[in-house]
Design a protein around this ligand. Structure first.
Ligand code: UFG
Length: 325
C-alpha cells in the first residue's frame, strides 16, 4: 500500500515509516519539521515538507502520489504543555486534523490510521483499561484527541471513511536508527538517561504522594517498534471496518521503578529530586491490549522494561547530541 504518514519525521512516526518499508509498503512523509528531524526520515521514503493547515498542498500530494491510506501522527502531544496552552492542542490536533480529512475526502482517500492516546480515559479507577472504559480526559491534550476520534465516527457513517484509532500508552525505546530527540525533553525515560549520561545532575520526580505502592505515577511503557508494528497491522482492517484499539502491554512501572531499572541497565547512579505533581497527570495508566492481540494478532516482541531502556540508552550513546541538524 502507498501510505502518507503525517508526522513521519517525529519520534514515533520515523519508526512507523521504517516498519512500513520493512513490510513492503511505500511511504510518503508529510511533516513541517517543527518537532521532527529530516535525518530521522528513512532514505527510501518520499519527503514533503509541509503544514497540515495547507489544504491545497495536502490535496495535491494525496492525488499526485496516489496515496491509498493515511497514518495521521502529526500532533502536539505534551500533557503538561496542553494544560498551559490548550489553544495549541485544539488548533494542531483538531482543526488541522479536520483539514486533513477534507483533503482526503476531496481526493477519495478513505483509509485512516489515527494516533490517539491513553489520555482520552482521564484517570480511570479500574486497571487495566479496556477500550469501553469511560472517556473523561483530565487535560486538553486528551480532550483534543478524543474530539477528533468522535468526529471520525460521523465521517465513517456519512462518507465511509474507515479509520483505526490507536490509543497509545507510553511510547519508549528506540530502533537502531531512530530514537527520541525532543527539545526540550519532557519524557521520563530520556530524562532519566540524560542524568545517567552526565548531562543533567538529577531527574525530577513529579509527585511522590500518589495513591500507588511507592507514591509515584505508574505508566505502561511500550517499545516504539511494537507500537509501530501495530500500525502496519491496522492498515489491513481498513478494507472492512473502523476500530479503536489500546496499545500497551498490560503492565505498569512507577517512576521510581523506571529510575531503578535505568540505574541497572546503564550501570550509572541516577540522582532524583522530589518535585510537585505535574498538572494533568493521572496516577496510573495501564492498558488492556487484549482486543488488538485477539483481532489483529498483534504480538509484541520487546516488552521487557530493561530492553526498552537499553535500546534508548544505545541510541542516546550513539547520538549524544540527537539527530544531525
Ligand atoms: N515524569 C517525572 N519526571 C520527568 C518526566 C516525567 O517524574 O522528568 C513522570 C510524569 O509525571 C509521569 C511519568 O513520569 O508520571 C511519565 O511521564 P512522561 O512525560 O514520560 O509521559 P506522560 O505519561 O505524561 O505522557 C505520555 C505521552 C502522551 C500520552 C501519554 C499516555 O507524552 O502523549 O503518555 O499515557 F498521552
Amino acid at each position: 500500500m502507498k501510505v502518507l504518514v503525517t508526522g513521519g519525521a517525529g519520534y514515533i512516526g520515523s519508526v512507523v515509516v521504517e516498519q512500513l518499508l520493512k513490510h513492503g509498503h511505500a511511504a510518503v512523509v508529510f511533516d513541517n519539521l517543527s518537532k521532527g528531524h529530516a535525518a530521522a526520515i528513512a532514505p527510501e521514503a518520499v519527503f514533503v515538507q509541509g503544514d497540515l493547515c495547507d489544504r491545497e498542498l495536502l490535496t495535491r500530494v494525496l492525488a499526485e502520489q496516489q496515496i491509498e491510506a493515511v497514518i495521521h501522527m502529526a500532533a502536539s502531544s505534551l500533557v503538561g504543555e496542553s494544560v498551559k496552552q490548550p489553544h495549541l492542542y485544539f488548533e494542531n490536533n483538531l482543526v488541522a486534523g479536520v483539514t486533513l480529512l477534507g483533503a482526503m475526502l476531496e481526493t477519495g482517500v478513505k483509509k485512516l490510521v489515527f494516533s490517539s492516546t491513553a489520555a482520552v480515559y482521564g484517570a480511570p479507577e479500574t486497571m487495566p483499561i479496556t477500550e469501553d472504559a469511560p472517556l473523561a480526559p483530565t487535560n486538553p491534550y486528551g480532550e483534543s484527541k478524543l474530539a477528533f476520534e468522535r468526529l471520525l465516527r460521523w465521517y465513517d457513517e456519512a462518507y465511509s471513511l474507515r479509520y483505526v484509532s490507536l490509543r497509545y500508552f507510553n511510547a519508549a525505546g528506540a530502533s537502531e536508527r531512530c530514537g527520541e530527540d525532543h527539545a526540550p525533553e519532557t519524557h521520563l525515560i530520556p530524562n532519566v538517561l540524560r542524568v545517567a549520561a552526565g548531562k543533567d545532575e538529577y531527574v525530577n520526580v513529579f509527585g511522590e504522594n500518589y495513591p500507588t505502592p511507592d507514591g509515584t505515577c505508574i505508566r505502561d511503557y511500550i517499545h516504539v517498534i511494537d507500537l509501530a508494528d501495530a500500525h502496519v497491522l491496522a492498515l489491513h482492517v481498513l478494507d472492512k471496518r473502523s476500530e479503536i484499539y489500546n496499545l500497551g502491554y498490560g503492565s505498569g512501572y512507577s517512576v521510581a521503578e523506571v529510575v531503578e531499572m535505568a540505574r541497572q541497565v546503564t550501570g550509572n547512579w541516577i540522582s532524583t529530586e522530589a518535585a510537585p505533581r505535574r498538572a494533568g497527570d493521572p496516577p496510573v495508566l495501564i492498558a488492556s491490549p487484549d482486543k488488538i492481540m485477539r483481532d489483529l494478532g498483534w504480538n509484541p516482541r520487546h516488552s521487557e522494561l530493561d530492553q526498552i531502556i537499553a535500546s534508548a540508552w544505545r541510541w542516546h550513546q550513539a547520538h549524544p547530541n540527537g539527530y544531525e541538524k
